[in-house]
Design a protein around this ligand. Structure first.
Ligand code: ADP
Ligand code: MG
Length: 873
């Protein structure tokens, strides 16, 4: 009777992690029956135990065909093993009539191809390894039953003979990415509890290291070779095999007494989108902040070709001492004990008893997917060994593992990638920074160039403009000089600064005067006639009748009275017209000089006659008249008289100057009277003695007061003319200034009338001239009073005034001011230096040019300033 020795049986084969490597999926008869793997994705590093699934150790049995020796030796005996692959059963003959039946996960007959063996035994494990699980494929059986044939055949001559190692590596290599994944192998031999490195034989005592936290075992000292191609692997397998043979020769043993362990470390990056680090641009760097680090899966495939199982029972049989034999088989017996303990769910599993069990800790009772292939021979002579092998396999089928994916977040590669990105960004940033700085520098240079260009252009334009102005200026000077010459020759000697006075107005007035004179002449003739007639009548009184005579006398008397009235009226009219004439004369030109032109000689004579007729005293007294009209006429007459040198002395003697000044003092300000009075004063102020008198009588204050009140430019012109005359007196300078003369003068520039400005400029020039005269005599060591009173800005501003007369006065004033070193500093800071330079170059008058040049070169301050500015004179 067949009995089922496997108590738990296939019913328990459940909950095995599904294989997910697409290419490998179809072929497995070890395929999972459920797919309840949970992937929480939480946590860091290796996933926690919640993710594990149970996976029983799968066991297949393989029967080796009879070999030549057995064919002969066992010819008369029946095989001890009978397979029922359709039921996955193996029958082990006990005797001729009885056998035990065992059920396996797979039953592989003697004719089973290597390919089929690989697919049913190893392929599901390889798939799991590619998915990130540990996996073990192990062959157990008596020596000579085909363990190495099953696992280690290279298939050099016949590719169909390739064993599990070769085929597993082919599958692994074809399923990984050469760029992101890696396959590393080590190949070890365990003999008498010593681990040797088959890839580097010098390494002959490798120790096992156990991670204290996870309990994972590893052999860090073993050589790890990176496998890129299948060829690499084949070479290594050959090398390992050669070393195994050499090592065994050296140890005087056989390969069947040692365990061969191939370890394949497969590291794969999970290329799922959410864990991918995006490309290296800046934007994606930000994006990647939120993404998780990439996941790597580290599966380890362990292929174990165990030592022959017969040793356990036949120790010492081949010349070794018992101890040696124990040691040789220690690992194998320890493995049996562990599997028994696991199969029986014993609380203690003696994993630590041997190196093999330590190395296979994860394969049995651990987290790996494990497939065991037990190999048996058909010979009844080895029945006991076969039975023991089958029992080992049966027990192993009861071992439950908890499959656990070995998945890690790949912080290292993420760090590396991020570092690369950061370095790239740093480099890029540095490049941009440099480019930015270069750009700024370039812009600055460009701006500087533009500024320089603009400066050059500006200087050139200025130079051109200056030249043009100079030309215009010379042209107009020429014209004016020509005009002046014309006027001069037309009117004879003209003492007025502006020779253009007189004009139509006065011609017209002269006409009127002539007419009136004729009328007067006529009246005088008539009067004479009337007087003669009266005389005649007086003479004839002796004879006429009383009544007739009386009537005639009365008639004549009234006639005479009428005539007298007429005469008086005419005289007044003459006076009025004369005043108008003088007013017109003032209104058209500069204050009058003491000389009158020839044209008006006739009028002057008649006015002289007139004042002789009326009396100077009488006219002056009229200046104080209550009647403003009378005052006006009187002042006009006095002004006219003052225009002549010859009258001036008499006017002053008769108190005219005092009266004129009194008019300025008058509270009821009448601008016309003030204008005419100021004109008269200006004329009187031509005389040095009069200048002192004017000053003595508070004239400066009065003129200043008038200047402040006046609005009419002509009034201002008269006042300015008067002050300008006073400015030319050396002795009066300090007083003139202290009484506000300069301030008054400068105050009048508010009227922009050129006539006023011209008088102011003349005053300034006069003053400066006196100052320079005084200082050259060593009398004055202080700064110019003009500068003190703030005249410099106006001077500088008008130094290039378009009116040549103003310009000329100011040029002179500047030259005079510059004579005195004490003024130089102010002049430099006030911009007067430039004007002097201009004068020294451009002034049309040679003497002034020369004066300016001299001044500039002789002053230390100017010279050094010009040197500093690199200006040459
Ligand atoms: P083990 O490694 O278990 O000691 P081997 O793999 O060395 O056994 O096999 C012993 C002999 O049996 C070898 O000559 C091998 O070619 C042969 N052999 C083993 N299994 C088979 C098989 N399934 N088919 C044909 N020959 C086999
Ligand atoms: Mg072998």
């Amino acid at each position: 009777m067949a009995s089922y020795r496997n108590g738990r049986g296939p019913a328990k084969v459940d909950r095995v992690q599904p294989a997910s490597s697409a290419n490998l999926r179809a072929s497995s008869s070890f395929k999972s029956k459920s797919s309840n793997v949970r992937r929480s994705g939480s946590g860091v590093g290796v996933r926690d135990s919640d993710d594990s699934v149970s996976g029983r150790v799968r066991v297949a049995v393989r029967l080796r065909p009879q070999n030549a020796e057995e064919m002969v030796a066992d010819a008369d005996f029946a095989d001890c093993v009978e397979l029922q692959p359709e039921f996955k059963r193996l029958k082990l003959r006990k005797n001729n009539w009885d056998s035990d039946t065992y059920e396996f996960d797979e039953v592989l007959t003697e004719s089973a191809s290597q390919k089929r063996v690989y697919e049913v035994v190893a392929k599901p494990v390889v798939e799991s390894v590619l998915d990130g699980y540990n996996g073990t494929v192990m062959a157990y059986g008596q020596t000579g039953t085909g363990k190495t044939f099953t696992l280690g055949r290279l298939g050099d001559e016949d590719t169909s003979a390739r064993g599990i190692m070769v085929r597993a590596m082919e599958d692994i290599l074809s399923n990984i990415s050469r760029d992101s994944d890696s396959v590393m192998i080590s190949y070890l031999q365990l003999y008498m509890e010593t681990i040797q490195d088959l890839l580097n034989p010098i390494n002959d005592n490798i120790s096992i290291v156990e991670d204290p936290k996870t309990g994972d075992v590893s052999v860090p000292a073993a050589t790890l070779v990176d496998i890129r191609t299948h060829h690499d692997f084949m070479e290594l397998l050959r090398l390992g095999e050669a070393h195994r043979v050499a090592a065994n020769t050296k140890l005087n043993t056989e390969s069947s007494r040692s365990h061969a362990i191939l370890m394949v470390h497969v590291k794969r990056s999970v290329t799922d989108m959410e864990s991918e680090i995006p490309s290296d641009n800046y934007h994606s760097l930000h994006m990647s902040k939120s993404s998780k680090p990439p996941i790597i899966r580290k599966g380890k495939l362990v292929v174990v070709d165990l030592a022959g199982s017969e040793r356990v029972h036949k120790s010492g049989s081949e010349g070794h001492t018992l101890e040696e034999a124990k040691s040789i088989n220690l690992s194998l017996s320890a493995l049996g004990k562990c599997i028994n303990a696991l199969a029986e769910n014993s609380p203690h599993v003696p994993v630590r008893d041997s190196k093999l069990t330590r190395l296979l800790k994860d394969s049995f009772g651990g987290t790996a997917r494990t497939s065991l292939i037990v190999t048996v021979g058909p010979s009844p002579r080895h029945r006991a060994e076969t039975a023991s092998t089958i029992l080992f396999g049966q027990r192993a089928m009861k071992v439950e593992n908890m499959l656990k994916i070995k998945e890690e977040f790949d912080y290292k590669s993420m760090c590396k990638r991020l570092e690369t990105q950061i370095d790239k960004l740093i480099a890029e940033n540095e490049r941009q920074q440099k480019a930015f700085e270069d750009e700024i520098e370039r812009t600055a240079i460009e701006a500087q160039q533009r500024i320089s260009e603009a400066e050059i252009n500006y200087t050139e334009a200025l130079e051109r403009e200056k030249m043009k102005c100079q030309m215009d200026y010379m042209e107009s000077i020429k014209k004016l000089e020509e005009k002046w010459m014309n006027n001069h020759s037309k009117h004879g000697t003209n003492g007025f600064i502006n020779g253009n006075h007189g004009g139509e107005g006065s011609d017209h007035a002269n006409e009127d005067v002539r007419e009136l004179k004729i009328k007067l002449q006529k009246e005088m003739t008539l009067r004479k006639q009337a007087e003669e007639e009266i005389q005649h009548l007086k003479n004839s009184q002796l004879h006429p009748t009383e009544a007739g005579v009386n009537a005639d006398v009365i008639k004549l008397q009234s006639l005479l009275d009428e005539e007298t009235r007429q005469k008086q009226k005419l005289e007044e009219e003459v006076l009025l017209l004369q005043s108008r004439l003088s007013q017109l004369a003032f209104g058209s030109g500069q204050p009058r000089n003491s000389q009158l032109d020839n044209q008006s000689n006739g009028e002057r004579t008649s006015i002289a006659n007139l004042h002789e007729h009326v009396g100077l005293q009488k006219i002056l007294s009229l200046l104080e008249s209550e009647d403003p009209n009378v005052r006006l006429h009187a002042v006009k007459v006095v002004a006219n008289l003052a225009a002549e040198d010859t009258n001036q002395e008499r006017i002053v003697e008769a108190g005219g100057l005092t009266s004129l000044l009194a008019l300025l003092r008058s509270r009821s300000f009448d601008e016309t009277i003030c204008r005419i009075a100021a004109g008269a004063i200006a004329n009187l102020a031509m005389n040095e003695a009069n200048q002192e008198l004017i000053m003595a009588q508070d004239g400066i204050s009065l003129l200043a007061m008038t200047a402040a009140d006046a609005e009419d430019p002509q009034t201002l012109r008269m006042v300015a003319g008067a002050i300008a005359n006073l400015c030319g007196n050396d002795k009066l300078q300090t007083r003139l200034r202290s009484e506000g003369g300069i301030k008054a003068l400068l105050g009048m520039v508010r009227s922009r009338h050129p006539d006023v400005l011209s008088q102011v400029a003349r005053g300034v020039a006069n003053f400066a001239k006196c100052e320079s005269r005084t200082s050259s005599k060593g009398n004055k060591n202080n700064r110019s009073l003009l500068i003190e009173d703030g005249a410099l800005p106006w001077i500088v501003q008008n130094a290039n005034n378009e009116a040549s007369i103003i310009r000329r006065h100011i040029e002179l004033a500047l030259c005079h001011l510059a004579q005195h070193e004490v003024n130089a500093k102010d002049m430099v800071s006030g911009g007067a230096l430039w004007e002097l330079v201009r004068i020294s170059r451009d002034c049309s008058r040679e003497d002034i040019r020369a004066l300016a040049r001299r001044t500039l070169t002789s002053s230390q301050t100017f010279s050094s300033e010009l040197r500093r500015l690199r200006v040459e004179i």
